[in-house]
Design a protein around this ligand. Sequence first.
Ligand code: MOS
Length: 743
Amino acid sequence: MDKKFSTNALHFIDRVDGVQKVTGAAKYSAEYDFPGLVYAVLTGSTIAKGSIVDMDTKAAENAPGVLAVVTHLNSPELPGYKKTAIQANVPETKRGYHVFTDNIIRFNGQPVALTIANTYERAVYAASLVKTKYKEEEHQTDLDAAIKNGKALEGNPYKDYVRGEPDAWKNSEVKIEAEYRMPLEVHNPMEIHAITVVWEGEEKVTVYEKTQTLKTTQQNIMRAFGLKEENVRVITQFVGGAFGSAFNTWPHSMAALIGARKIGKPLKLMLARSQMFTLVGYRPQAIQKINMGATKDGKLTGITHEATAMTSSYQEFTEGIVNASRSLYTCPNVTTRYKVYPLDLSQPTWMRGPGETTGAYALESAMDELADALHLDPIEFRLRNYAETDLENNKPYSSKFLKEAYQLGAEKIKWQDRNPEPRSMKEGDWMIGYGTGTGTFGAWRGDAKVAARLLPDGTLILQSGVTDMGPGTATAMTKLASDIFGISPRNIKFEMGDSNLPPGPFQGGSGTTSSLGTAVHNVCVNMKKKLADLIKDNSIFHTEIVHTVKPEDLLFEDGYMILASDHSKKISYGDALKDAGMKQLELLESSDGNPMNGYSAFSYAVHFVKLMVHAATGVIKIARVVSAVDAGKIVNESTAESQIIGAVVGGIGMSLMEEGVVDHRYGRWVNNNFADYHVAVQADVPHIEVLFVNKPDPILNPIGSKGMGEVGLVGFAAAVSNAVYHATGKRIRELPITPDKLI
Ligand code: MOS
């Protein structure tokens, strides 16, 4: 046996689709071509609130190459996509917004027309000729003004949570009060949202859509157009990042579907970068107050966390901003309050670590402030309040190795060697700061199906209708199958990205590996049983004592079934099939959503940041990052490490530069481009060291993994903010921490 390919020895395999990605062979949703393909461009409204009183599309329609201009005046009524304004009995913030179904303007940049032409350039030009007359109404896009003059939404998500005594922090021996502010943040993945639509008649459609969820996209299209499931196919082979922006079937996709059906030609619509700020969601702005108290020896006695955020006027969006404050630490008295104000902006949505990322910025900053007030090391303070059980839900944790993560990270960055005194460490003109922040994110497992086919040449084909926005799902599943089934990863093909395949999980919520991995685990285990059954009477295995081979007598390694008691007796998987006269062996297995049997499950990350603040200019350089993560057992180390690195890069942007700016006079985004909306680039990112506790969770799934897509971002901005305080002695309680706030 060639030990070089012994799969169990490897901690990771390279990305199975890496070559396709770096050579450009990978196809993204805007890269499909068809004979007669036409191009569509959206025209956006120039007011934030009001209605359309008149439209003149003649000039656009008469422009060269134009096939159609779709507006609310000529868009067909669809069975499951009706006018939104007429649902009088539904509260305004729950009505949603259906493109081209009425003349109401809800946000600046709302699509008012879809211009279709035979070239992209002609479509862009003609779209600029669409003339719209509006009746303008007074809008509100300013959260502070809405808090002052507006009304917060009511309902279940906004009920206060109280454990123990309400607002008990007031009576604590040592206490702090602080308010933290976070701006609008935009996902801004590299790949711009795009859809290519191919109708066959009016009842059957194939779409190449940027999505994190094939199944929901298929269902949304079925419902809107009243189509049968087998007549709606969604293909998403590659996604160039999404971070949560690709769960919804957004209005631009519906517009493309409507337009393509109207003209009966294959059609492509790709947003402009500026439209990425208004048409595919963003992280809502939030203002958070944390009041916290402890005993003199550092035991938390009260936490009150109040968050105020925003949503659009037409679609309520809520997230668990205050939730982690209820259970991350042991504290008998916790009060949380959550308020949301509707604004005349487009709909916010989930963005990496939704809720927790926002909440942990405040909670973990406040923990640092209270540690400082107590003259305690921030890690020591956290350890004194370590939660051994989930006090919010009164449940034990399925696994929790946060202590180990604190230790791993602190050792690596030599936390104890720093001078804890603020503004005490210097290197030339630079003030040096160290900071830490903890992140947590719920772990879970959902439904997923995987089909497996073993061929006589020893190839295993796995299929599931899942998409991959970048974490390397096919790679992780290949590694998992290779380990469990005992074959080289080179003999595994993981097929995905097509709604015709058995339904996979959506990609997101840090649950893909847990959900899909469970199905892959089950299919591999049961495939081995089937193989063992095929050869149970095979004479190859006959010894003086053994005539019938049982699965437990066998090793499954490197594509061979090997008799455990005599390694010279073996047969390849392919030969086992051939001997049995079979062309293939097929199996379909699933993962069921796990009720968790009374456990709470979370992943954890502990971030340590070393940074430098230039004394004269306030410029901040992140010098070093160590992130220690408890995400259960790691399935594929290299892609797992990349997940955390990617999250930290996002965290650097969030801490130091990302800020969506709206001009409230017009309710319009000011910096809707990459020149003005700054994300972290290569020069902003230091070497990022990722450490995994790598201990299996025994409850959540048979793999032992938890989740890691989100947790790597949660708590990071607080670590930076705390490091800035350590460097400068200044608490900046507003993101992003730009130089002007420091000097
Ligand atoms: Mo994530 S916000 O689950 O893509």
